[in-house]
Write a protein that binds this ligand. Sequence first.
Ligand code: NCD
Length: 315
Amino acid sequence: MSMKKNMLRGKDLISIDHLDRDIILSIFKTADKMKKIAPKKALNILKGKVVALLFFEPSTRTFSSNCAAVKRLGGQTIEHQNPTQTSSVVKGETIEDTIKMIEQYSDAIIIRHPAAGTAQICARAADIPIINAGDGIGEHPTQALLDMYTIYEKFKTLDRIKGLMVGDLLNGRTIHSLLKGLSIFKNSTIYLLSPKTLRLSKKDSAEFSRRGIKLIEINDFDDIPSDLHFWYWTRVQKERFSDKNEYEKLKLSFILDKNLVTKKAGKKTLLMHPLPRVGEIKTEVDSDPRAVYLTTQAKNGMYVRMALLKMILGA
Ligand code: NCD
């Protein structure tokens, strides 16, 4: 293992930008190990450690896979889901104070919050590691890692990757983090398909292009090339819309169905989605061997988070 691996110890993970190629590859190596060992053997890498999960926005996978990761490593959790209803936040406590308190009880905090930038604010307030589990339309670095791990596992590289991203590219934090993550590797080409009003922001496109990703906006399914490594579908992010009629109009603009897979996917194209899906992938696609969103991709989330927690908090 490279020395760089140890560079995660005690550190925050707010943006995928905090990581470089070597660290990402060593996270993957550790995730490989977790995948081999964890199903058979109880681990005690986090024995005696408490990790707090503070989720101010709904979550199924990120919350559960992080809990499972801590527990499978032998650690314990403090869990607050929806603290705006159940904790002192309801009395008007500031996020800094909440974090300062939770810090007294735990060894690391995993936080999800609706406002972009909140994870960074928490990292400034706390001396223990803060892991960003999604901050508004900002970033979702652990999701990007599990997405990248899923691609890497299949193709053994993250250089010269060609992919398709579909859906809410403006508001989707998983999209933003995955593009940033891919830009740490070389020469990827990403085809972008979204309703006109939900395209990547000008600022994001300029930034990702500057980082060396070739971005190609397409307008419909006919323009999808047949040799892509992955398709990454996303839902339109309802909670970011002030006009719900607008959301209703756009939500099912691009639906992934069997017919499209048959016509346009390559033999090895990974069919991915961070989930939850809300109609944009038909269930008839689920049984396709290339569809990994409900299986490998989700499960990899736990192994990647185990790897990260081991590297950040392990002895
Ligand atoms: C995503 C999120 O919360 O950003 N879900 C997840 O963490 N797997 C995607 C989404 O909610 O659309």
